[in-house]
Design a protein around this ligand. Structure first.
Ligand code: KIV
Length: 283
């Protein structure tokens, strides 16, 4: 287990004099079986700065297509979207490991094309690693990237980019699907992935996989026994209207924002805003 625990980070927040080192890929992997890894998505600099205070890893997920850009799924997300949001998050975070998702169509064709696009993401954002969806079929690509200096976080189980072949966002619940998911997890580990996101897998299955791997498993809709957890920031602060089973809302941001814009509209209409203290004095 690594000496850097969540507790020491919390101490650093309470006492800003305590130094917290930037998380690195080797230290992240070394946390396998240690203090749980705290991960969240971030797409903007300000949110990244908030999450950076407590997170080991910030993921610039391609979920930004749905959350920020109002798309129905993640398939329309481009490399340019990922680079622009990746740059913002890297500017906002100076402690967490920043990982940027490879969007659909940017890595599947060949390991060489994946490298070209992943290298562009790393160069143009300054992120520390990329994430890509896929198991056995993506192992050669993961090996190609990691051997050439690009750390890869893998993503198995429910893979949102495969929604058309899967017939929607389908959780893995059947024993029958389990062997394929285990084979995926083993393949990405063998190929050199430094960690693997396990999405939408029933705990009984997720736990069997988790125990069998030597890299950290990061669960979303999986099991509390994974080495860490990740959620979409906007889901957990209560900013998204849809609340999937695996999301716990830790805040009520949508209500707070509605109340704020409602009050603003009332005050503008009543000409009570701006008040004197919000206006400049004449010289
Ligand atoms: O795109 C994303 O936000 C993700 C996480 C949900 C793991 O892949």
């Amino acid at each position: 287990m690594s000496s850097e625990s969540t507790i020491s980070k919390r101490a650093a927040i309470a006492d800003p004099g305590t130094k917290r080192q930037r998380m690195s890929v080797p230290r992240f992997t070394a946390r396998k079986g240690g203090a749980p890894l705290v991960c969240l998505t971030s797409y903007t600099a300000h949110v990244a700065a908030i999450c950076d205070e407590v997170c080991d890893l910030l993921l610039v997920g391609d979920s930004l297509g749905m959350v920020i850009h109002g798309m129905e799924n993640t398939l329309g997300v481009t490399l340019e979207h990922m680079i622009m949001h990746g740059q913002a998050v890297v500017r906002g975070a100076d402690k967490a490991l920043v990982v940027v998702d490879m969007p659909f169509g940017s890595f599947e064709e060949s390991p060489e094309i994946a490298f070209r696009n992943a290298a562009r993401v790393v160069k143009e954002t300054g992120c520390h690693a990329v994430k890509l969806e896929g198991g056995v079929e993506m192992a050669p690509t993961i090996r190609h990237l990691t051997r050439r200096g690009i750390p890869v976080m893998a993503h198995v189980g429910l893979m949102p980019q495969a929604m058309n072949t899967a017939g929607g966002f389908k959780a893995v619940r059947d024993e029958g699907q389990f062997e394929a998911v285990v084979a995926d997890a083993r393949a990405v580990e063998d190929a050199g992935a430094f960690s693997v996101v396990v999405e939408g897998v029933a705990p009984a299955l997720a736990d069997r996989r988790h125990g069998a791997l030597s890299i950290p498993t990061i669960g979303i809709g999986a099991s509390a026994d994974c080495d860490g957890q990740i959620l979409v920031f906007e889901d957990m602060v209560g900013l998204m209207p849809r609340v999937p089973t695996f999301v716990k809302r830790y805040g009520t941001m949508e209500e707070m924002m509605r109340a704020a814009v409602g009050q603003y509209a009332e005050e503008v209409t009543a000409r009570t805003f701006p008040a004197e203290e919000h206006t400049y004095r004449r010289k």
